[in-house]
Design a protein. Structure first.
Length: 174
């Protein structure tokens, strides 16, 4: 059954850090009144992690606790989930999985201005070059729901938000 019986769809927006997930999700949430779930923020707010990874300079998230925390909201539908990983969520949660992609030079500038340096910067650029998130999405969800979208400039962002808004508003009508 489409959407597991949800009255509004759930969308996952994933991609390498800096590709524009949070900005895109918050514009999309404003346009559709869906709920924006920023998983990184949720992990920090509810302590859903097992400490700090010194090498990668990020929290080591507890995927099981994150999924437990999100479960009730996801069952109701109407969520836009924002996270730089996608292989640990239950597959049936999502009706669309959007993978944002950014050219290396653009991404390099965005991450540098966010203060990323050294290994953290290189790892993220390599993650984008090797399309790690696209591969992860394609191996975790049905091929026809995984949508790669360019996110290089403001025009890309506007057209992505407009296209996804249309899709959300028309969801369940066909
Ligand atoms: P993410 O949530 O994927 O880490 P973000 O939404 O925080 O990314 O964006 C990182 C920065 O890059 C932020 O200053 C906004 C800018 N940005 C993101 N996508 C963009 C786009 N398509 N055009 C112009 N700027 C963009």
């Amino acid at each position: 059954m489409a959407g597991d019986g949800r009255s509004r769809p759930n969308i996952l927006v994933t991609g390498t850090p800096g590709t524009g997930k949070t900005t895109t999700c918050s514009l999309l949430a404003d346009a559709t009144q869906l709920r924006h779930i920023n998983v990184g923020d949720l992990v920090k707010a509810k302590n859903l992690h097992e400490g700090w990874d010194e090498e990668f300079e990020c929290h080591i998230i507890n995927e099981e606790l994150v999924c437990d925390e999100m479960e009730d909201m996801m069952e109701d539908g109407g969520n836009i989930v924002d996270y730089h990983g996608c292989d640990f969520f239950p597959e049936h949660w999502f009706d669309r999985v959007v993978v944002l992609q950014t050219d290396n030079s653009v991404l390099h500038d965005r991450l540098s201005s966010r203060g990323y340096m050294g290994v953290k910067l290189t790892n993220n650029i390599e993650c984008e070059i090797f399309q790690v998130l696209l591969e992860e999405a394609r191996s975790s969800y049905a091929e026809d729901i995984v949508i790669p979208l360019h996110s290089n400039c403001v025009e890309d962002m506007s057209s992505n938000v407009a296209m996804l808004t249309d899709w959300i508003n028309n969801w369940g009508q066909s």
